[in-house]
Ligand binder design. Sequence first.
Ligand SMILES: [Zn+2]
Length: 96
Amino acid sequence: MDTKHIKIPQDHPLPTPRDITPSESILYEYPEPYHKESPFSKFWLQCFKCGIIANLGSHDSVEVENGKVTISPSILCPRESCKNHYYIKNGIVIPA
Ligand SMILES: [Zn+2]
């Protein structure tokens, strides 16, 4: 599975649950400077299993190169009923 990268316009809200297709892996990026919910990072990730969107502020590295997303370290979905654990490297979702 590939991870989409979507840039959100300034002052635009994150998608609401009714807009979400849970089977997709999507990285949302807000424009800099991003102060709205500081100390959160400008990157938010949608879990492809349950659809929750969580901030990536606790991750060491989020990179987008030529539209390909790489996130380090691995991703653990914060939703208790999901706990989906995986990696995203060069846009590809890899089970952990
Ligand atoms: Zn999840």
